[in-house]
Design a protein around this ligand. Structure first.
Ligand code: DC
Length: 225
């Protein structure tokens, strides 16, 4: 398959975007780009510097003056913030929480737009919230991944438990619901499905079935037999 394919995967937290994007990238031989990691890295830097989540100008300046890069090694995709590997730190629950309000600011999103398009230039499986609608409106394939709140909370619960965090399932459900609402109703790049995206619900799909289904969509959309 073509190396320069641009595949956009959008959807709410916990729908399976990262898993799907990573596996599709392996199967198709196209780089994987996790755009949520950009907002997370920015949130981490703001946190360290004591910049508040409502300081839009400062956050946008920070975004412009930060160097966020992706590297691949045997552990998978690594995220470098000004040269420092922050791959684990950006997944901590307090940074997850902070990345949501940080990502709401139009100026912050604008500051990260060019970098995202640059990252997809040579082809990419790019996952996020506004890839099909804003970042890559001309993507070859757009998939909008969903799953019920219960299922997404359950997945996040096991993921965090495995990393040693003490979490509460009900609390996670509540947080996911709130985050969904905020992401869907914000003014800038709200989470919504692109008109030409294909909806894929992962509630009752195994990972293997999800990947197979996505590959079928890619083949169909790109006219590949
Ligand atoms: O996908 P994630 O959980 O790593 O994303 C972290 C935060 O960044 C989340 O609150 C949504 C936001 N985000 C966004 O607004 N736009 C994107 N393209 C990707 C993530």
């Amino acid at each position: 398959m073509s190396k320069r394919l641009k595949i956009a995967i959008d959807g709410p937290a916990g729908a399976g975007k990262s898993t799907l994007a990573r596996l599709l990238s392996e199967r198709l031989g196209i780089p994987y780009v996790d755009t949520g990691a950009l907002y997370r890295a920015l949130a981490l830097k703001a946190y360290r510097l004591g910049i508040r989540e409502d300081e839009e100008e400062k956050l946008a300046e920070l975004a412009k003056n930060s160097n966020i890069e992706f590297r691949r090694d045997e552990r998978g995709l690594r995220v470098l913030l000004d040269g420092e590997d922050v791959s684990e730190e950006i997944r901590a629950p307090h940074i997850t929480l902070l990345s949501s309000p940080v990502s709401q600011h139009p100026k912050v999103r604008e500051a990260l737009l060019k970098l995202q398009r640059e990252l997809a230039k040579e082809g990419a499986v790019m996952e996020g919230r506004d890839i099909g609608t804003v970042i890559l409106p001309d993507a070859d394939v757009k998939i909008f991944l969903t799953a019920s709140v219960k299922e997404r909370a359950r997945r996040r619960y096991f993921e965090l438990k495995q990393k040693g965090y003490d979490v509460d399932l009900e609390q996670l459900e509540k947080e996911i619901e709130e985050r969904d609402k905020r992401d869907a109703t914000r003014n800038t790049a709200p989470l919504k499905m692109a008109e030409d995206a294909v909806l894929l619900n992962t509630d009752n799909l195994s990972i293997e079935k999800m990947v197979e289904e996505a590959l079928r969509i890619v083949r169909e959309r790109c006219g590949i037999k």
